[in-house]
Design a protein around this ligand. Structure first.
Ligand code: PSV
Ligand code: MN
Ligand code: MN
Length: 424
């Protein structure tokens, strides 16, 4: 299934008058609209290969039909997203769910869909068929050296797949930890994990990065060996300059101040990657911006401020990715919504009057500080984001066009109603 240029053009011309009216108004209200648009056009958010199928909960999974059955079809889906919004030009693979068969043809497909290969992800949280040792009691932390070795070798294997595809980062998320007090010697678990990560680090090509992702709990419910940003930063600092912390928005304890975490990691030059999603209770993996859009804006506000302070390029300075999936929406529509929410929060952060905010902060004028941030957050920038998408060749209203073209129905008729994507 492919969306043709003429279909985008027809759709855009139908919506043109309405868009123009809204854009002209927004541009007249927004200082520096052109610079914001330029930055939005460059900004790309990677799509994880595991977000394209309907997610589940431990109670059940309700397939939406037409889910991608292999890596080629996952790339086809991301190609559709990117065609519609021009901001989803990268895919993040998870090995072994996405073992690339014929590298040349996978690369050709990526070129056809204009996709880059983002960070590759290892998986030592599930046992694979024919695996010699089980990860039931952890992988890189395991008390058994042979199990650690197996997990290290898997990560090195993942790096090799990434090299073949032209990726330049490895993301390690570990389920390692303990579920009951006393189960684990926490110091030894940390040291084993560090030694294992050091061996993986040695296998990284010079220009590569490794992202150490933390998560407070789940699947372990008493301790997690990389449980928070402090632990991740300890690993990243001990590993060396190619190691960074990865922040997943859903991986904190309730009410954690993620914007502050982001600000400090950036200050230390140790923020490497970002996983977007939203949550009400835990690692809910809901559509980005669906629950706490103001928090998303505050996080972007720190990201923009901190990246500018370090002279980092917004588009390439960090690994940007969505990490979400759930039970009830069409995954492609959900991803379009997530990308839109990210672009909107980014645009809002670019609009913050930094000089005025710095002055208000210097005077401890708390009311003015809040007025500045909330005034920006409440400015409607949707037409600015749409204009950036249009200038990049995308659709004025991606979800409307997706529905008008009956993309899901076509995917179902091509792939079948009962397909299951490999992944979570
Ligand atoms: C598990 O919580 C998780 O969502 C992590 O965030 C990883 O990034 C992802 O799964 C894929 O392994
Ligand atoms: Mn994640
Ligand atoms: Mn998660």
């Amino acid at each position: 299934m492919q969306i043709e240029n003429y279909q985008i053009e027809e759709h855009n011309s139908q919506l043109q008058a309405d868009h123009r009216r809204r854009f002209d108004f927004a541009a007249s209200e927004v200082p520096g609209a052109e610079q914001i648009i330029e930055k939005l056009v460059k900004f790309q958010v990677a799509i994880p290969s595991w977000a394209l199928g309907t997610g589940g909960t431990r109670f059940g999974r309700f397939s939406g039909g037409g889910e991608p059955r292999n890596l080629e079809e996952k790339m086809e889906d991301i190609g559709l997203l990117h065609k519609l919004n021009r901001s989803s030009g990268a895919i993040s693979l998870h090995i072994p769910w996405d073992i690339p068969g014929n590298i040349a043809s996978i690369k050709a497909l990526a070129a056809q869909y204009e996709l880059k290969f983002d960070a590759v992800n290892s998986n030592t949280f599930q046992d694979q068929p024919n695996q010699a040792h089980s990860y039931k009691f952890g992988s890189l932390q395991n008390v058994d050296k042979a199990i650690r070795k197996q997990a290290i070798e898997h990560n090195i294997e993942v790096i090799k797949h990434g090299i073949d595809l032209g990726s330049d980062a490895l993301t390690v998320w570990l389920a390692d930890g303990s579920t009951f007090p006393g189960q684990l010697n926490m110091r030894k678990a940390f040291q084993n994990t560090l030694e294992s990560l050091q061996e993986i680090y040695e296998a990284l090509p010079d220009h590569w990065k490794v992202f150490v992702e933390y998560k407070a709990y789940e699947p372990n419910f008493y301790s997690t060996t990389v449980g928070d940003w402090g632990q991740s930063l300890l690993f990243a600092n001990k590993l060396g300059p190619k190691a960074y912390t990865l922040v997943d928005l859903g991986h904190h304890l309730p009410n954690a101040n993620i914007e502050q975490i982001v600000a400090l990691l950036l200050m230390e030059g140790k923020l490497g990657g970002f996983h977007f999603n939203d949550s009400k209770y835990g690692d809910d993996d809901l559509t980005t911006g669906s629950i706490k859009p103001y928090q998303l804006f505050l996080i972007f506000n720190e990201l923009v401020e901190g990246m500018d302070a370090r002279g980092m390029d917004h588009a390439t300075g960090l690994g940007w990715m969505i990490d979400a999936s759930h039970n009830v929406k069409d995954p492609l529509e959900d991803l379009l919504q997530s990308v839109e929410a990210i672009m909107l929060a980014y645009a809002q952060a670019l609009l913050v009057d930094r000089k005025a905010l710095a002055e208000a902060q210097a005077e401890s004028d708390v009311v003015r500080c809040q007025e500045i941030l909330q005034g920006t957050f409440r400015t409607d920038l949707r037409a600015i984001v749409a204009e950036a998408r249009l200038r990049a060749g995308g659709a004025a209203n991606p979800i409307k066009l997706y529905r008008d073209l009956k993309v899901r129905e076509k995917l179902i008729s091509g792939r079948g109603l009962k397909t299951v994507a490999t992944g979570l």
